[in-house]
Structure formats: C-alpha cells, structure tokens
Design a protein around this ligand. Structure first.
Ligand code: FES
Length: 167
C-alpha cells in the first residue's frame, strides 16, 4: 500500500473530482510526493490502479515535470539555474559551491535546472520552489543555512501543498 489510510481517503476524493479519472494523475502524484518526499514505485503503481492506466503511463506523465522526484531527496531541494543569463552572472559558481558544501548533507539536495524565469535578478535559485535571486556563493549558502536553522520556513518538496512559505 503506497498511500497512508488518511491519504488514501484524500486520494479517492481527488479522483472523484474529475470526470476523467486519468486527469487526477498530477494531484495524486503531488499527494504521494508530499507523503514520501519523492514519487516511489509503489505510489506510481497505486496511482495507476486508481485511475485505470499502467504504471508506465504514470511514470511517463510525471517524468515530464522536474518537480516530481523519482529518487529520495533531502528536506530542502535547492534548484540552481545555470541557463544563459545565470550562466554569465555566476550561476555555475553558485552551483559548484553549493554542490561541494552540501555533498554529504542528507538534508539538502542540490540540483541544476533550466531557466527559472527570474533572469532579471540572475543568478537565481529556488529552495523548495521559493525564489531567491541576485545570488553569490556566499549569499546562497546563508539562505540555505537560514532554512536549516528554521529562520526561513520551507514548503513541502512539491512546492506548497504542505504549506509554509517564507517565515
Ligand atoms: S537564466 Fe536563470 S532565471 Fe532565467
């Protein structure tokens, strides 16, 4: 069983909202990821069974969206942009610094991402989908440390379903 009993009730409510059950894939995937921190094989199988598709179809849909993680991630997912504007404004240096600094920190997952649409204040990153801009390696580290210390409140890894925002 992938969903907890409480989340299974919620999942069934979600499915009932859609005339075509297949349309419930994404909200169910968000629910599963908020529960487990990433999209497990069990969750994809259970979602497939609930909406009458194959697990491969669930995987195919969810793998299109980078916010769905298929491997375990830390409590803080830090997405650093290295696309064109951030590339010339120091994004790769921020990324490299954070990758080294948090290489053995299981609480923090660093990932490289494409343009976050915050080019005007490059380089940019998101922490659990909360934007932080005009970064240096030092300021990016301070921001992550503020989340770790509870001075900033992190959303769920799906980007808000679990509540929060900056505190
Ligand atoms: S290039 Fe980094 S936010 Fe657009």
């Amino acid at each position: 069983m992938a969903f907890t009993p409480e989340n299974l009730l919620l999942a069934n409510e979600i499915v009932a909202r859609y005339p075509k059950t297949k349309s419930a894939i994404l909200p169910l995937a968000h629910l599963a990821q908020d529960q487990d921190g990433y999209l497990t094989q069990d969750a994809m199988r259970e979602i497939a069974g609930m909406i009458g598709v194959t697990p491969a179809e669930v995987l195919g849909t969810c793998s299109f969206y980078t916010m769905f993680k298929r491997d375990e991630v830390g409590r803080l997912v830090v997405s650093v942009c290295t696309n064109v504007t951030c590339l010339v404004m120091g994004g790769p240096e921020v990324l490299e610094h954070l990758e080294q600094r948090y290489a053995s920190d299981k609480e923090v997952t660093i990932e490289e991402v494409e343009c976050l649409a915050a080019c005007g204040n490059a380089p940019a990153m998101q922490v659990n989908y909360e934007f932080h801009e005009s970064l240096t390696p030092g300021s990016a580290t301070e921001i992550i440390e503020a989340y770790k210390a509870g001075e900033l409140t992190a959303r769920g890894v799906s980007g808000g379903v679990a509540g929060g925002g900056q505190g």
